[in-house]
Design a protein around this ligand. Sequence first.
Ligand SMILES: *Cc1c(COP(=O)(O)O)cnc(C)c1O
Length: 459
Amino acid sequence: MALAHPSRRPEPGDAEVSVNPLYTREPPRISKNELPATGLDPELAYQIVHDELMLDGNARLNLATFVTTWMEPQADRLMVECFDKNMIDKDEYPRTADLEARCVRMLAGLWNAPSPMDAPGCSTTGSSEACMLAGLALKRRWKHRGGTGTPNIVMGVNVQVCWEKFANYWDVEMRLVPMEGDRYHLTAEEAVARCDENTIGVVAILGSTFDGSYEPVADICAALDNLHSESGLDIPVHVDGASGAMIAPFLDPDMVWDFRLPRVASINTSGHKYGLVYPGVGWVVWRDADALPEDLVFKVNYLGGDMPTFALNFSRPGSQVATQYYNFIRLGFDGYQRVQQACRDVATWLAGEIAALGPFTLLTRGDELPVFAFTVAEGHPFSVFDVSTAMRTEGWLIPAYTFPANRTDLAALRIVVRNGFSRDLAEIMLTSLRRVLEILAKQDAPKQGPAAASFAHGA
Ligand SMILES: *Cc1c(COP(=O)(O)O)cnc(C)c1O
């Protein structure tokens, strides 16, 4: 199996890079797919790569992704200054390592850990690695409790693919709670019903990549508290806050979803989503040392202190951690609050406008994550997939996809509002959408079905 998947196999005649004659007097022959025998001058190599990448999508018009595509010039400078620092080399780069530890403490405080200065945690390449580590900690704790059967993990069918990877790679049975009717995520009742003595934990998502909704973390914890007092089963909860752990603390301070709930053992977030850092950085924090089994942690000594090292990767640039710290001190609580509130304001406004257009039904309103999903109501001669394709011709990337079991009959469009998607851009997008709808309304019948969906969730 080829894991690198170019959009198509190279054809004969397609083997060489074409070079603009303005760039060089003597056009070189450069193979596309084989390592060239000889090299080029740096400026020419730069121009060739630069031109090729120009054809990637315009990130500002991409309403599919959660990932940060713009940082301030000062952050760009720090990125460049830290590319050569290897995160894993904590002896060589103790200052970078210290910035990492400070970020962990800030997040532990933000998420109300009982003792933020002592909460173990680390940076990762993203939430995917963070979730693997959190899942491994749950699995090891279950083992230490005397677990001997096949371990299982309970979560909604709407989990991001990283949890399916976790279960597959580490031989944990997935107990996925399907969607039902207009319930698109996990509920306390459904979660508890699937728990037994081999359940390593329950994953609650803040919020779901399908529709931006928050799962009811507090209800899930309360139901598991009941289960504990009734049956003795003491099952920890991990909160996958890839997006929401950087939204809820700023916009929903009264909602209790974090370490204020004693049952929450660990929380992850993607620094490169609403943490506002370029890809790839994620974070995972455990409530206290008991939540992270000692025997998973490799201790590295530096600066006379212990840095717990728990990672799947080894070498990784220090840039993202340095700029995460930059964002924290640059924006502070107030700055993050203003940025996230602006996103929520645009999302809820835009959701309202889209609902008012007529053909669409909102599944969510953008008032949890600044993300909302909507469907085409019955009786219109176009599908969500037709809308998605037509919007592409206007330059906008708005994914359409079908929901998982038991709502595979439901297909929706989703808009993710990120920093930089301003009210002005939202208005321009609406103008495009109106134009597209006028044309689509003249179709006889919907043209495209679910086969037209080409979209990976939660990227
Ligand atoms: C994005 C996302 C992930 C994966 O995060 P990466 O940072 O892209 O690895 C996991 N869970 C949820 C809920 C997400 O939204």
